[in-house]
Design a protein around this ligand. Structure first.
Ligand code: ZN
Length: 357
């Protein structure tokens, strides 16, 4: 699976953490844990079974704290996707899934996604903050909930948002880990996975991109609505038709099959973009090389005028193989049913597209 979500990397070093820690708490989101085995994780770390067992290796007299963790995960990752974290009882020696270990140490995971399946102390959480991050004392519930949301993001296979190539200059957190093969959405300062988020671990709340990401990773795959950044409208086959030559337009998002597209990677590395309703492909009319070349629906041919690059690093441009030009709203129109065309690739939002469930 290849797409628009980064799925690799691991926890960054302490200096990078401190650089982006919120000044008001003075606490780092987590400690360093650089397990080299995990740094090159990729989309293969996604759990195949979406019911993911969770157990506590050393539950003690801390039912309230454990309850905060379970509740925060139920309210976040669990609530917005078909992933369910189950169990939450004491571990047996043979327990698989996520084995939580409570320690007064820097919270971390020993890998991403299913790399920690059944691993002893696969995720470490801190409930007391005596040695690590004493700034959390007095606000334990806030810290425990916020950190849990972040660490369970790693457990789902998500790396740090600040690893992205489109990190802006004013985010000084260092990247960590190798590049993934999936990037969802635009650079997201509000991500629970972003050390540069001015809110501590996003206050434990998922951003819109976090939600889109977990849904794309676990629910829809590379299939969904293709939404234009400039006008928030969806790629649609005009009139819902399925005939060769039907226009492809931007239309208010309604979620019908004539607005749903699958990105299918071809042998040449480009994607064909297939309409769910018709099974036909997005196509540049007549293999036009010109600005203004019209985008239409056509039977899938494997031609270069049906192959598109999906650029990583944010809300993506869709660049046609044959012309090198990008899908674009004609005349930057925000009207309903504006024709989609190809144009020289530029930085405008009318050439930016995201995939949504
Ligand atoms: Zn982290």
């Amino acid at each position: 699976m290849t797409t628009w979500m980064r799925i690799t990397g691991l926890c960054a070093g302490a200096s990078a953490l401190l650089a982006c820690s919120p000044a008001d708490t003075g606490v780092a989101p987590e400690a360093t844990d650089t397990d080299p085995e995990a740094i090159y994780a990729a989309s293969s770390t996604l759990w195949q079974n979406k019911n993911i067992p969770v157990c506590w290796e050393n539950p003690g007299d801390d039912a309230a704290e454990r309850g905060w963790v379970e509740d925060q995960i139920a309210k976040t990752w669990d609530a917005v996707s078909s992933v369910h974290f189950t169990g939450w009882q004491a571990c047996a020696a043979s327990s698989s899934g996520i084995r939580l270990h409570i320690a007064d140490a820097g919270p971390h995971t020993k890998g991403l996604g299913n790399q920690i399946d059944g691993v002893d102390a696969g995720m470490v959480l801190n409930f007391t903050f005596n040695s690590w991050s004493p700034g959390c004392r007095g606000q334990e519930e806030f810290c425990i909930r916020s950190i849990a949301a972040h660490e369970f993001g790693h457990a789902l296979g998500f790396a740090h948002e600040q690893n992205r190539k489109d990190k802006p200059g004013d985010c000084s957190a260092e990247t960590q880990g190798g590049d993934g093969d999936l990037v969802v959405g635009s650079w997201d300062l509000g991500s629970v996975m972003n050390y540069c988020n001015p809110a501590y671990n996003g206050n434990g709340k998922l951003s819109k991109s976090d939600i889109d990401g977990v849904r794309l990773a676990y629910d829809t795959g590379l299939d969904g609505l293709v939404v234009n950044r400039f006008d928030d409208q969806c790629l649609e086959i005009a009139g819902g038709g399925a005939t060769d030559g039907a226009a492809v337009v931007a239309h208010p998002c309604q979620g019908g099959d004539n607005q749903r597209w699958s990105f299918v990677k071809r042998a040449d590395g480009y994607h064909q973009i297939v309409s769910r309703g018709s099974g036909k492909c997005l196509d540049v009319t007549g293999s036009s090389q010109e600005n203004g070349g019209r985008i239409q629906l056509w039977s899938c041919s494997g031609g270069d005028n049906q192959g598109f690059t999906v650029e990583s690093g944010g809300v993506t441009r869709l660049r046609a193989k044959h012309s090198g030009r990008c899908l674009d709203l004609t005349g930057k129109s925000q009207d309903s049913d504006a024709q989609i065309e190809q144009w020289d690739c530029q930085g405008g939002e009318d050439q930016r597209w995201s995939l949504k469930k």
